[in-house]
Design a protein around this ligand. Structure first.
Ligand SMILES: [Zn+2]
Length: 81
């Protein structure tokens, strides 16, 4: 009997990884390009909350979701600083 059941915990599955809210339209992080960009932004901003969330695996694997607005404003803050 093979019982390798990888019970993967998916934290905040239906919440925005930036603001941790579920309201509004959430987009699924479905590409590795987005994963890389987000990781870079989190590191640049030293956003430990975000870094903790993405530390568990790539965003595609953990089914991370985000608001377009949150993504844009985070991206802007990395560009301003
Ligand atoms: Zn959000």
């Amino acid at each position: 009997m093979n019982s390798k059941c990888l019970a993967r915990s998916v934290p905040d599955e239906t919440l925005c990884i930036f603001c941790s809210k579920s309201s509004g339209t959430l987009h699924l992080c479905s590409t590795m390009a987005l994963d890389h960009e987000l990781r870079k932004m989190a590191e640049e901003l030293q956003d430990t909350t975000l870094l903790t969330k993405i530390a568990g695996g790539d965003l595609v694997a953990i089914d991370a979701k985000y608001h377009n607005n949150c993504f844009c404003s985070t991206k802007i803050s990395t560009e301003v600083t």
